[in-house]
Design a protein around this ligand. Sequence first.
Ligand SMILES: Cc1cc2nc3c(=O)[nH]c(=O)nc-3n(C[C@H](O)[C@H](O)[C@H](O)COP(=O)(O)O)c2cc1C
Length: 452
Amino acid sequence: MNATGGTPHGPGDDTPDRAQQVTGASGVPAEQSDLPNGPVQPAKKPSVVLGVGGGIAAYKVCDLLRRLTESGHSVRVVPTAAALEFVGAATWAALSGQPVTADPFDNVQEVPHVRIGKGADLVVVAPATANLIAKAAHGLADDLLTNTLLTARCPILFAAAMHTEMWEHPATQANVATLRSRGITVLDPAVGRLTGADTGRGRLPEPSEIFAISQLMLADSAARAAGQSVADLTGKHVLISAGGTREHLDPVRYLGNSSSGKQGYALARIAAARGAKVTLVAANSELPDPAGVQVVPVTSTRDLYDEITGRAADADAIVMAAAPADFRPADVAEHKIKKTEDGAVPAVSLIQNPDILATVSHDRRRSGQVIVGFAAETGDADHSVLDLGRAKLERKGCDLLVVNDVSGGKVFGSDINEAVILDRDGNAMPVPSGSKDALAGVIWNLVATHWH
Ligand SMILES: Cc1cc2nc3c(=O)[nH]c(=O)nc-3n(C[C@H](O)[C@H](O)[C@H](O)COP(=O)(O)O)c2cc1C
């Protein structure tokens, strides 16, 4: 059973430890360009070099390539010889529409060992093997990809994937540190099932995540070229909630809601890209951990309450994008509730959950702290969605309230969002339909104006 338990507060968000580390380019959301004060986009079709290393995850990079080409990038795939043992040149050439070779001596008249790197707006290396990381750290240039890495003057992103032992080896760690010290962004491998039967840190970060970061890096370098600041949240610690809570009735059933966590994850990704230290308290979301974000998984509204209130004192901003349940079952059955012979239906009695947004708003533990709530409203016969939003802003005592109209199943699970952001001075800022990353960018712009 997955019934609706209480009213969700917002669209929204979950997993602990600093799973992935991003260093180097700080990034801003690419989709923000159509929004007020958004950063500029690259003028021409961005030229991306996709370097592929000889790892088992090379096949997943076909998906990354498809995402890049379908979103309008010109992509030159440069595999290593080992990579071609896993996925052949024909696949890369057909998917990219460009010639593919690992050998700098092919088409020498075009001087590919220099030209490809110099012409790139971004180089993405995935999977970045231990060997490639080592060669790049030491400046070796014995194939087309390593030559390209030395001639490129654009941002470079390495998405590492290898067995845990290889990743944890001091040599690899030293090489990664060297790359990061040069401003190269290195994504740590993700945790999960590895090539054999083993499990641990070593998996390639999800292609969707590598794609999202590549977009941030392209927008970041375009903004830098236009003289815009992109790391405007540096030095700030932001605390974000995401997902939908679950209130258990028995060990297998719960009252829940449809929040996917996408908006909260977008807020976390964009804040990290803009330089903030980010903690994401995530309730039951299946989304991959955003790179560079500490993810704390929770299940119920009370878990979420404990994590948010326990961390509030350290946060410069708290953004409550999760959809916690207002109510939970008064009793949780120890064993699975069974049907009875007489067909009697068990009564479920509900009790109220703590109000997290009101608690952190009324009990501010840090001066200058900015608190943002979300309101998922459907309106009713007497009140518009905005009327309900204004009343909620007043009642909760937060600084900003992002009001979503969720009637007709809008917002939940979608990649698109549209909102009106209310502030305490009575202003209402409509944010047109766009990606959840774009809305996240606008929210951080508004939070930043409270700090300045
Ligand atoms: C089946 C198989 C899977 C491999 N997976 C990885 C991997 O995920 N990461 C890694 O660093 N090396 C992996 N290796 C080892 C690399 O292929 C080897 O170090 C190679 O020299 C890397 O070359 P490159 O970095 O030039 O692509 C794997 C080897 C085999 C045979």
